[in-house]
Design a protein. Sequence first.
Length: 504
Amino acid sequence: MRLAAIDVGSNSVHMLVADVSREGHIEVVDRVKEMVRLGRRSFTTGRLTPEAMDLAVRALVNFKRLARVRKVDRLRAVATSAVREARNRAAFIARIKRETGIKVEIISGLDEARLIFHAAHHALGLDGGPHLLVDVGGGSVELVLVRDGRPLWMRSVKLGAARLTERFLTEDPPTHAQLARLEAHLEREIGAQMRKARHAGVVRAGGNSGTINTLVAVARTARGEELGRLHGATASVREIADLQRDLVEANAALRVELPGMDAKRADLMPAAATLVSYILKKSGAPELVACTWALREGVLLGLAHKVDSRSANESRRRSINALSSRFAGANDHGKQVAKLSLKLFDATAPILGLPKTSRELLEFAALLHDIGHAIDHDRHNRHSYYLIKNAELFGFDQDEIEVIAQAARGHRKQAPKLDSPELKALNPARRRLVRGLAAILRIADALDRTHFGVVNNIEVSYSPGRVIVGVDSGAEKADLELWTSERRTDLLSRLLDRQVVLRR
């Protein structure tokens, strides 16, 4: 089924179009956004401006055309803080229906928080915790404290970036007195709630809005990283505090020039950064992790009836399976290599010094190691690396995705080189992990050289100076598998400091 979700927000109007499979996987078909600033002056005057309403209606006319072209089966549109509070909201909603045919539903702040939670739960898993979800919109901020995938409390507070900018930070750059009044206001509005979060022991904060994603993007570029995939990227509480100081000291023209900055949000970033920095410091959250799924994705999940209570591990596996299905179909070879990889892992991990938690990463690397064939056979391992790095994989942090991608890339030809830029970018423990997983994956892939699954089982034993891999292929011949495997033992032999020998 092809579905569409429209979010009529205080800053932007968004539409997301996606296909939903029987298994519940959501594949994005199209995203579109228009910055219309419905919240501009509406939070002080109580009315939406004619200019902003005109922009929003024009955007929605085009959204409706796009939905028709994309052959959308079902669509749901919701409006949030700016429309919710405006005295002329009824006339605006009626005009949208009349001119576009779209029925826009005004949702409450708690409904908004609930939909944001469902999106983050789908994308991050949210096991353990507690985790503090933060979504900074133009008119409100939604806060959800989550432990083991279940919300402990939800709040929607009138502290959006546009509202705070118009009320408190009227000069550019803002004065010290304006910032002091803003922080005092934050303390009155959410100080007690943040202290409750600190008392609960928040382990991290998850940011679900474009404003927060912009903060994380700027923080990443400040430490010399490429932007790349934003979902799962993190910024520490210190980095956000330093960024907040820089943003409030610069004027809008200077803020636009910051690498990673969304120019259309530059005027709102001092208020947004002050709010987010306050939340992190007062709640005790040590870091902020970006989540690219937010309100519209929550709307889409509800529309698809895919709101569930699956764990982070299930979210991870679901997104890995979806990626392998997309590029490798049934992926029988990947499944066979994963099975053999795990056998080798269980026998060699203690000597290689690989943590038990890396077993799952090896399995995922094995399932995805050949998806690059969808692009080209030559250098397909490098194409696999690119696809894994840039896919929408949920429930992983960025280091885990990098390990999976680099292990998959190392499954053929040259083993991962210590001086490669990607490997050097990891810390020493992660580098050892990549080389260990790649060493195992190289042999497991070779043991299914023909892609016929002729190897039924392997058994690993040790003798002085040797590691013996016994290969059971039943009545089938495994000559090609053994021949190829013997050419792939170099890295594992070096890491184990023992000769790896294959025997029938």
